[in-house]
Design a protein around this ligand. Structure first.
Ligand SMILES: O=C1O[C@H]([C@@H](O)CO)C(O)=C1O
Length: 549
């Protein structure tokens, strides 16, 4: 079938955490409307950019865009931005069942609230059963605008955007208004109904499938439903071998389905919580937990649970996060076996750098910058001179680089060069983490690949050894995902097939980190890409094509 949506995107004052801010809404909502479709459906979204003075692009996160690489929604990679006042029509097939996302992919716009969920129902029975199907999108929330943040990150000396002011559960949070400057009187109102907590009402004795997704700008999260275990059954649209957790670690760009049995005392409500992990949530002023209510019917939905919210794991307990990453395996009846060998191995050392006085993130000493003409159009239409033809390196100086020392790689450069992949080969990517420019610090980075699902072959601490570590790859039941964490001072090994003609971004899903250059782009099978729609053109050197047409 065909699912047709009409979206008006605009700025509105909203108080999702009681603090009034300009928020990007879709048809008046943030998070935006959930796209509901059946496996194999065509989804058509007519987007009207009513942001008045700002460009726009929307990415369909986890949808591979097979045959429609021009509708991936990645500004600068697959399309020109949608100009204010313009209407852009995205049209693509949701070829796999599962839980996916959408969000802005222009500048740091996602931070302003343009995000939502895509739920694709399966044609075949699923390997688990449940009574009700519910969704919860997690986010973190800043009071500064995407423009302020971009200006801070682009200043000399570098100014970091800092930690978020609050955590949102399904678009609702609670900022402590007394912490806001006095100039903000009237801006923060704890009694504003817009920031009353999200309530998930349940009936006793049932099984709930809860689709949990994270679209945080920065934070890794621990998600928990007080007193209830969760059985993880789906990750990024793939069935996993069920495993039970008390708290679910979830990184920006990931989706999970968990099964929850409402088997606790039904005479009360319970807390639903999210907490920052991987960054110091306790440093003043601190990042309070996201709180929502798991409401057992017929208790009043606003009745506070009688207990305090559960204590989250220590923010720096990275062993338990690595353990959960390692626990996720493909479902035994739905395992897609990876190729046993690869044709190309790219080791990506992730570092912070200073380039011409600006702070950046780099892969193998190259910090990514977007071109003014989208790669897809430039490559398909043979427009020359729009991006650097030198690809970034396939590795780094393994013998001489110490990943546990403060980064001082002073010879980093900025480039919009890309990796050109031979079509239909098996590619391994090893994400190698390292110390940042601060002592004894290595951060968690969720990496997201457009246009593909990849197998996650392994994780490890320390330096990845190309000669030995591949011997321990999980080639039996590795999970397939589109987003995966790279843990502090560790490595993550991925494998994918370069079988989807197009140009695809692969980047850290932390909004400020991608802005600072933490990404790469892959091209594969450009000669097999069909005729590009002219709607993706209009910027940079694509203007010439429009005149020709
Ligand atoms: O990119 C970043 O910059 C800061 C810090 O490293 C320097 O202030 C931080 O925590 C990041 O994630």
């Amino acid at each position: 079938g065909v699912r047709h949506y009409k979206w008006e995107v605009k700025y509105e004052y909203k108080s999702p955490d009681c603090y009034k801010k300009l928020v990007i809404t879709i048809n008046g909502k943030s998070p935006g409307p959930t796209i509901q479709a059946q496996e194999g459906d065509t989804v058509i979204v007519e987007v009207n950019n009513n942001l008045l003075t700002e460009n726009l692009a929307i990415h369909w996160h986890g949808i591979r865009q097979i045959g429609t690489p021009w509708f991936d929604g990645t500004e600068g990679v697959t399309q020109c931005p949608i100009l204010p006042g313009d209407t852009f029509v995205y049209q693509f097939v949701v070829d796999r069942p599962g839980t996916y996302l959408y969000h802005a992919h222009y500048g740091m716009q996602r931070e302003a609230g343009l995000y939502g969920m895509i739920r694709v129902a399966p044609n075949d029975p699923e390997p688990f059963s449940y009574d009700f199907d519910r969704s919860i999108i997690l986010n973190d929330w800043y009071h500064s605008s995407a423009f302020e943040q971009a200006a801070l990150l682009s200043s000399i000396p570098f100014q970091w955007v800092g930690e978020p002011q609050s955590l949102l559960i399904h678009g609702k949070g609670k900022f402590e208004c007394s912490l806001s400057p006095s100039s903000a009187a009237g801006v923060c109102d704890k009694n504003n109904p817009e920031c009353s907590p999200f309530v998930q009402t349940v009936v006793s004795g049932k099984t709930y499938r809860i689709r949990v997704a994270s679209l945080t700008a920065l934070s890794a999260l621990s998600f928990e439903i007080e007193g209830h275990n969760m059985t993880v059954v789906e990750a990024d649209g793939h069935y996993v071998e069920p495993f039970v957790v008390k708290n679910l670690y979830i990184y920006s760009g990931e989706t999970y389905s968990v099964l929850v049995k409402t088997n606790q005392d039904p005479s009360r409500n319970y807390w639903i919580t999210s907490n920052v992990v991987g960054r110091n949530r306790t440093a003043p002023p601190g990042i309070p937990p996201g709180l929502a209510i798991f409401n057992y019917y017929p208790n009043h939905p606003k009745r506070q649970p009688p207990t305090s919210p559960p204590t989250p794991p220590a923010w720096d307990n990275k062993d338990s996060r690595l353990a959960q990453s390692l626990a996720i395996k493909a479902h035994q009846n739905y395992t897609v076996k990876p190729p046993t060998t690869s044709d190309r191995v790219i080791v990506m050392l992730n570092t912070q750098n200073t380039i011409d006085g600006f702070r950046h993130w780099s892969v193998n000493n190259v910090s990514f910058s977007l071109p003014h003409t989208p790669y897809l159009v430039a490559l398909k239409e043979n427009i020359t001179g729009v991006f650097n033809q030198t690809p970034p390196p396939d590795g780094y100086d393994f013998n001489n680089y110490d990943i546990s020392s403060v980064a001082n790689n002073s010879n980093a450069t900025s480039s919009n060069g890309i990796y050109r992949l031979q079509f239909n080969i098996t590619v391994d990517v090893i994400l190698q983490n390292a110390n940042t420019m601060s002592k004894n610090t290595s951060e968690t980075h969720p990496w997201h690949l457009h246009g593909h699902d990849f197998w996650v072959l392994g994780y490890g601490n320390g330096k990845f050894d190309v000669n030995n570590h591949p011997k321990n790859y999980n080639l039996v039941n590795p999970i397939m995902k589109n987003t995966v964490p790279m843990h502090p001072f560790g490595w993550t090994a991925l494998r994918f097939r370069s079988d989807n003609p197009g140009v695809w971004a692969f980047h850290c899903h932390i909004e400020s980190h991608f802005y600072m250059g933490m990404g790469v782009v892959f091209e594969e099978g450009i000669d097999r890409v069909g005729k590009l729609p002219s709607s993706i053109m209009g910027c940079g050197k694509t203007k010439g094509l429009l005149r020709h047409n």
